[in-house]
Design a protein around this ligand. Structure first.
Ligand code: AMP
Ligand code: MG
Length: 377
């Protein structure tokens, strides 16, 4: 049996036969299939005509990845393949769950000798440390022991005992992560410490993917790493990309707002992303290093817009951890960065730079941070 894939492309649908499969499309089948499939959609090729689009979907960094790029001739396909290779490289270096990764090696040697790591790993650890400073320790790349203990998003997620939490907490402090730039090494001061770059590595991977696309001549692309969006240029027709923001209370893909953007990352952190429920309570995956429990700041989702996805990714987690007031205060201090926060009482707080730009669905109470008026959308 053949398998048809439908692709929505600028308002019309194209079908293209891309492979053979005998079962209905399931998530697993999709992941298995898409690792192999790269397919071209859209019209005329050749240097004079409209650019052709290449779309590839795969699974990396624990999430579904989609890269869509527009270029003339064969370039789009090649560029998208390279973008995927960059993302896979980041996963191979920085995933704590890949035993051969830099991060797994650093974690194994915690309390021991420094580990030589790739330049990219060094860079991301360094940036993560900066976000530790910026958030006064809320964003903590040494969160590993607590992430492992809770196991949120794995099949062994559980509510730990207070003793277990206290023991793990005592090992979490990003200031005990030593980065030696001249030697190219990273070292964790205490045995039992563990790095976890889950809050920043996807953003870095998106930046690397975009770089690969641009180097191949792509001027228009859309990169999606499990809802972490990075757009290159504008849409092929010159209009801005339209990025939706997830409604935290609705099914995946249901959005409550749209931001028209060019050359921008739009990254969300939310309680809906990974969690388990026990005794009527939701335990999500963003942990407050001070308490050792999932952070309760009144935020259900924080979305950050920034030029680079590495910043948008780290900052969305940071704003989530800081809460609406301190989070927004930080955002307004940073040049070229905007944010959209949704609180647990369904308020939407938006940085003033998005006024007149963001489009909000009806039925929400909206406030622009620092401005007096409250709007009903
Ligand atoms: P994100 O989805 O980008 O907000 O990142 C959440 C992920 O970052 C979690 O799944 C953990 O891997 C990691 N993480 C959890 N708590 C923290 C924290 N306090 N600081 C830095 N990373 C964290
Ligand atoms: Mg993040």
């Amino acid at each position: 049996m053949t398998w048809n894939v439908h692709i929505r492309y600028e308002g019309y649908e194209r079908r293209r036969e891309v492979g053979r499969h005998s079962r209905a499309l399931s998530r697993t089948a999709l992941c298995a299939f898409v690792l192999l499939a790269a397919f071209t959609v859209a019209g005329c090729q050749g240097s004079g005509g409209r650019p052709s689009a290449s779309v590839r979907i795969g699974f990396a960094l624990g999430t579904l990845v989609q890269v869509r790029a527009y270029a003339h001739g064969e370039q789009a396909d090649k560029a998208v393949r390279e973008a995927f290779a960059r993302i896979e490289e980041v996963e191979a270096l920085m995933s704590a769950n890949v035993p051969s990764s830099d991060i797994a090696a650093v974690n194994r040697k915690a309390g021991g000798l420094p580990t030589r790591v790739a330049g990219d790993t060094l860079y991301v650890v360094k940036r993560a440390r900066e976000y530790g400073d910026l958030s006064h320790g809320r964003f903590d790349a040494a969160i590993g022991p607590l992430v492992r203990l809770w196991g949120i998003g794995t099949d062994h997620a559980k509510l730990p005992s207070p003793e277990e939490i206290a023991a793990a907490r005592s090992l979490v402090d990003y200031r005990d992560v030593e980065v030696d730039e001249s030697a190219g090494t990273v070292r964790l001061r205490k045995a039992g410490m563990a790095l976890d770059l889950g809050a920043i590595a996807k953003g870095f991977a998106a930046d690397r993917a975009a770089e690969a696309l641009v180097n191949r001549g792509v001027r228009s692309a859309f990169i999606d790493l499990g809802g972490n969006i990075l757009v290159v240029g504008s849409r092929p027709d010159g209009s801005p990309w339209r990025v939706g923001i997830q409604d935290p209370w609705k099914e995946r893909g249901a959005t409550f707002a749209v931001v028209p953007v060019r050359n921008m990352a739009v990254v969300s952190s939310g309680t809906y992303e990974r969690f388990f429920e026990q005794g009527g309570k939701r335990y999500h995956h963003i942990i407050d290093p001070d308490t050792g429990y999932p952070a309760e700041t009144g935020i259900v989702s924080a979305t950050v817009l920034a030029r680079h996805a590495v910043d948008a990714d780290a900052l969305s987690t940071t704003v989530f951890l800081l809460g609406p007031s301190d989070g927004m205060k930080l955002i307004t201090r940073l040049a070229g960065v905007e944010a959209v926060v949704v609180t647990d009482d369904r308020q939407v707080i938006i940085s003033p730079g998005l006024r007149g730009v963001i489009e909000i669905s009806t039925g929400w109470t909206v406030r622009f941070y620092g401005l007096e008026d409250v709007q009903e959308s």
